[in-house]
Ligand binder design. Structure first.
Ligand code: 1GP
Length: 239
């Protein structure tokens, strides 16, 4: 069986096209040993700032995927494309509205072999993504697990993304989500700002996503790579 293009990713850095990043920081991130860079943001994503960031990351061999959240920011040239579907909102625009509008315009150009839907469950009310999509973040444990089952079993989405962006989430819930999942890959993101939190998330999630801390504490961000991928630390020690 051919593996999905993101199948082996354990650790991912997420970069926001709207935010400034110096060449030095970008170099450290791309050379860190992370499995991939995801480019994506909730606000201010344009064609220009997405192309600009992509071309800077392209100087490195690290895999680079785009999370397509606006039509404006749909840029060709990435290794892969994620299309988010927000599961815990009642605003259809974020479930299938924007996606079908995008497919109406660009449907025949989509590189399907490297495109995957992500079933987002947004659980931090203060996250920009929660506000924008009117996500119903106050879900009980059983409700979250029902959302996971819907994504994984009913909709058979390839990725289920537990998103706490800006806040470290409930690791017991993440563990239950992992135990529930059958076919999807479980992404976790939110509030990972040190190696210990990265380790905890990596104990349950297939793929750990680290975002904000890149912009405020590069050393802490870099420490999350070896925490999730201990083989990286061993390799660095041997060199
Ligand atoms: C954001 O899940 C990612 O979409 C990562 O969250 O920025 O809080 O690390 P943080």
């Amino acid at each position: 069986m051919v593996e999905n293009w993101y199948e082996g990713w354990r650790h991912v850095f997420k970069l926001d096209p709207e935010r400034e990043i110096s060449d030095g920081t970008l170099d450290a991130i791309c050379m860190s040993g992370t499995d991939a860079i995801i480019v994506g943001g909730s606000t201010g994503v344009t064609f220009e700032n997405t192309v600009d960031l992509m071309s800077r990351i392209r100087r490195y061999s690290v895999d680079c995927a785009l999370e397509v959240s606006t039509l404006d920011g749909a840029v060709p040239g990435f290794d892969g494309y994620f299309v988010p579907i927000v599961l815990n909102t009642d605003r259809a625009e974020w479930i299938n509205g924007r996606q079908t509008a995008g497919l109406q315009e660009y449907g025949s150009f989509v590189p399907w072999e490297c495109t995957a839907a992500q079933g987002y469950i947004i659980l931090n009310a203060d996250a920009a993504a929660a506000r924008i999509t009117s996500a119903q973040t106050e879900l009980g444990e059983e409700e979250v697990i029902a959302h996971v089952r819907m994504a994984d079993r009913l909709m058979r989405l390839p990725v289920v993304y537990l998103e706490y962006s800006g806040r470290f989430g409930d690791m017991e819930l993440l563990k239950r989500a992992r135990a529930t999942i059958d076919g999807a890959r479980l992404f976790y993101g939110g509030g990972i700002d040190d190696a210990e939190k990265a380790r905890q998330a990596a104990a349950s999630a297939h793929t750990v996503v680290v975002g904000n801390i890149i912009y405020s504490d590069l050393a802490a961000a870099l420490s999350t790579v070896a925490a999730v991928k201990p083989e990286m630390a061993e390799q660095a020690a041997a060199e």
